[in-house]
Design a binder for this molecule. Structure first.
Ligand code: PEP
Ligand code: CO
Length: 448
């Protein structure tokens, strides 16, 4: 990887999991329009996130990266607000009960493209292109819905822009104010054991804030108590889209992919000689890279060298997604190799993608116990190697869905039909998410 990098140098490398666009003229037109549209985020914001993640790499903060598996173009303002609300609830639990500064990153405002295990799907006698996320085609099983449509790249940009605008309004405009912590606990969560625990904690925070005001502590008007720093991220899968939103920062003369603050490389596209690694090595955003059970210590070190040759803390987050069964054996050698190489990475645990299975009824699901078990194994592996378990990466929704099993409601196979709404992978519902945050906070506390 010694050739000069440009935003389009990935084009001479093999790009896996790209759609078979039926019409390249239409694709070129969409890309041209995208290239002339304003950036969605600014380089300075991406640098702030790198710096916050640098604290995580140094073991001084924790990362929560969370959101939908595949966002929908039809997501209502209510559903975006509910997703933010549950992430904020998790964040406050981790900050207060875990006793750690928290870096908050959503899988949101751009998480529209999905790699799939097979390029086509067969139902009965019909074979059609797989659903690749709404930035490419639609989820319905008809020829017209499954046809890759380059016009969707533009819809994705506009949906990302309006979602981001709403998130900025919510996080800066009072919704995320710490004096509102108890109002984040909505009925569905509030009536669960985790919700009751949350209410108690919110009460303690309220009383502490009142106490500080009563004592005349003037710092309570600081923005840190009234606004939340919230960043966006998605898998950088569709390289034409990412290239079109890559811009030169006039302050530093460096390239940034301005489609989101943080971009990650998926488990299926992290080949060292592939187009995704080539593209992302050249942009200056903080990067993630999924690390699955087949990765060897050499693979991981090679990725660190390719993606973060200057060893900038916070530049690279390795997102381990091993599976609960194998995390305790597969992860320690990788942690040891990265530690010994001196690469300053953030290690995060994705406890979702290694624990997916299909029920007898044909539903893709994950069990809360397996999710928690993988996180426990992740913490144990770090304890063993003397490294910092830097964060978690989860798929969730703010809605009362029944997609993952277990949790305090003890959801079983038969309950999945009640509210199985995901377009792609099964997500934790808001009760399961807040419950998970308390469990992770306990692991964090035990560690210190
Ligand atoms: C995802 O994060 O939705 C995903 C597809 O994960 P992975 O690349 O780890 O399989
Ligand atoms: Co997923």
């Amino acid at each position: 990887m010694t050739t000069a990098w440009t935003p389009s140098s990935w084009r001479s490398f093999d790009a896996k999991h790209q759609p078979a666009w039926p019409d390249s003229t239409e694709l070129d037109q969409s890309v041209k329009i995208l290239s002339d549209l304003p950036p969605l985020v600014f380089a300075g914001e991406a640098r702030s996130l790198t710096s916050a993640l640098g604290s995580v790499a140094n073991g001084e903060a924790f990362l929560l990266q969370a959101g939908d598996c595949a966002e929908s173009f039809d997501a209502s303002a209510d559903s975006i607000r509910e997703r933010l609300r549950v992430i904020l609830q998790m964040a406050i639990v981790l900050t207060y009960s875990g006793g750690m500064p928290l870096v908050k990153v959503g899988r949101i405002a751009g998480q529209f493209a999905k790699p799939r295990s097979s390029p086509t799907e067969v139902q009965g006698d019909t074979e059609l292109p797989s659903f690749l996320g709404q930035i490419v085609n639609d989820v319905g099983f008809t020829e017209s819905e499954r046809r890759p449509d380059p016009g969707r790249l533009l819809t994705a940009y506009h949906r990302a822009a309006s979602t981001l605008n709403l998130l900025r309004a919510f996080t800066r405009g009072g919704f995320a104010d710490l004096t509102q912590v108890s109002t984040w606990n909505r009925e569905f969560v509030a009536s669960s054991p985790a919700g009751q625990r949350y209410a108690q904690m919110a009460d303690e925070i309220d009383r502490a804030l009142q106490f500080m005001t009563a004592c005349g502590v003037t710092g309570v008007s600081t923005p840190a108590l009234h606004e939340v720093e919230f960043f966006t991220s998605h898998e950088a899968l569709l390289l034409e889209y990412e290239e079109a939103l890559t811009r030169n920062d006039s302050l530093t003369d460096e390239w940034y992919d301005c489609s989101a603050h943080m971009l990650w490389i998926g488990e299926r596209t992290r080949q060292l000689d592939g187009a995704h690694v080539e593209f992302l090595r050249g942009v200056h955003n903080p990067l993630g890279c999924k690390i699955g059970p087949t990765a060897t210590p050499d693979d991981v070190i090679d990725l660190c060298e390719a993606l973060n040759p200057d060893r900038v803390p916070g530049r690279l987050t390795l997102i381990a997604r091993m599976g609960a069964d194998t995390v305790r054996t597969n992860l320690p050698p990788l942690l040891a190799a990265v530690r010994d190489s001196g690469h300053p990475v953030v290690w995060a645990c994705d406890p979702m993608h290694g624990n997916t299975y299909t029920t007898e009824g044909g539903r893709k699901t994950r069990h809360f116990d397996h999710v928690l078990d993988e996180i426990s194994g992740f913490f144990a592996a770090h304890r063993q190697e003397g490294t910092w378990p830097g964060g978690v990466h989860v798929e969730l929704t703010g809605d009362a869905v029944t997609e993952c099993l277990g949790g305090s409601d003890g959801l079983v196979d038969g309950d999945l039909e009640e509210a199985y709404e995901t377009m792609c992978d099964p997500r934790l519902n808001s009760r399961q998410s807040v419950d998970l945050a308390f469990r992770v906070a306990e692991l964090l506390r035990k560690r210190s």
